[in-house]
Write a protein that binds this ligand. Structure first.
Ligand code: NAD
Ligand code: TDX
Length: 331
């Protein structure tokens, strides 16, 4: 049997980067192609250990560049596409929504057209719980796969739009697909503009940590390794056409998260600085992962073990996030 060809888009980013490592290590019989534009969020230094491996290749391209994407698909005839590439930061989507529509909506449509043309085994679209909008603080209510889409930010609206396109290509053209909707990730190589890596880097540098509003908004945190394992499972075992929610029941207020990091690093809560709230700030996200658990997934990290591992990683790998903060990685 010939080798399976797997395209991972956005594999120079946080989750895609972790997924590239996960797949290259686990499946030596897969040809893994990492396609990424290398925007501000993309960085290839994280792949130094695997860049010479025979089953790994990097291609720099824009998913919204129809000509380049069609030529690549025609040449490579991928079996699987796992699609992470996106603009991913909610705050940036509030100040500059246009690039979110271009990349997340139009870019996804280009990939879907190219996939349809060559005939694939599976297109897996990596989405987010933010497409469901927000929950209130009643702890007995969760997002299920049946929760209506009610995105509130330009980011989540662009992700929901791409989810609907993926669904439409399944219904209209029979493109085999899955959509995964995961809660907030954290772990190694998380870009230090997001709450957890931002807080760790600020606390290590004894700088103030900005907490939006009253800090009581709730996010449901999952270690990136457990997200990668879920995507691997859905890619191979998921029923085509189905959506799977991914989350490990780790709800914390933002203030709890920040305080956990400060205490673990033995620093003072005086580092907390309450600042103006995010516009349209979603109150609470919380995932019901029952459908994925029935497929055989369960997380390996609790929030306590995962955040301890992550803080340790950022402490030991300060050189990685320092080159990001200084801008050195762009060279
Ligand atoms: P990230 O911002 O760290 O990485 C995104 C990657 O996409 C970068 O390497 C960037 O260079 C690349 N990219 C951006 N525009 C591109 C384009 N036009 N063409 C090709 N590549 C392009 O994002 P992340 O946090 O790793 O998120 C990855 C995916 O997972 C996104 O689709 C996001 O919506 C989804 N997701 C993220 C989370 C989370 O907590 N971070 C949770 C659920 C789902
Ligand atoms: O400086 C900050 N202070 C603060 O209080 C930042 C950056 C964030 N926050 C708050 C806002 C959120 O309630 O912390 C929470 C988490 O913020 P982010 O890390 O920006 O994540 P979020 O907006 O929840 O979105 C993330 O999870 C879902 C990812 O960035 C998305 O790509 C993913 O879809």
């Amino acid at each position: 049997m010939s080798k399976q060809k797997l395209l991972i888009t956005g594999g120079a980013g946080f989750i895609g980067g972790n997924f590239v490592h996960y797949m290259v290590d686990k499946y030596s019989d897969y040809d893994v192609v990492n396609l990424d534009l290398l925007t501000y969020a993309g960085d290839l230094t994280k792949h130094r250990q695997i860049e010479d491996k025979e089953n790994y290749r990097f291609v720099q391209a824009d998913i919204a560049d129809r000509e380049a994407i069609f030529a690549l698909f025609e040449q490579e005839k991928f079996d699987y596409v796992v699609h992470f590439a996106a603009e991913s930061h909610v705050d940036r989507s509030i100040t500059d929504p246009a690039v979110f529509v271009r990349t997340n909506v139009m870019g996804t449509q280009v990939l879907l057209d190219a996939s349809r043309k060559i005939g694939l085994t599976k297109f897996l679209h990596v989405s987010t719980d933010e497409v469901y909008g927000e929950l209130d603080f009643d702890p007995s209510v969760f997002f299920t796969e049946e929760t209506p889409l009610q995105p509130n930010s330009p980011y989540s609206a662009s992700k929901a739009s791409s989810d609907l396109l993926v669904r439409a290509y399944y219904e209209t053209y029979g493109l085999p697909m899955n959509i995964t909707r995961c809660s907030n990730n954290y772990g190694p190589y998380h870009f230090p503009e997001k709450l957890i890596p931002l807080t760790i880097s600020k606390v290590l540098n004894e700088q103030k940590v900005p907490v939006y509003g009253d800090g009581k908004n709730i996010r449901d945190w999952l270690h990136v390794y457990d997200h990668c394992a879920a995507i691997d499972l859905v890619l191979h075992e998921g029923v085509s056409g189905e959506v799977y929610n991914v989350g490990g029941h780790n709800e914390r207020t933002n203030l709890e998260v920040v305080k956990t990091i400060i205490h673990t690093l033995d620093k003072s809560e005086d580092l907390i600085k309450f600042v103006a709230d995010r516009l349209g700030h979603d109150k609470r996200y919380a995932i019901d992962p029952t459908k994925l658990e029935k497929l055989g997934w369960k997380p390996t990290y609790t929030f306590e073990t995962g955040i301890a591992q992550t803080i340790q990683w950022y402490t030991a790998n300060a050189a990685w996030w320092e080159q990001i903060l200084s801008g050195e990685y762009r060279k």
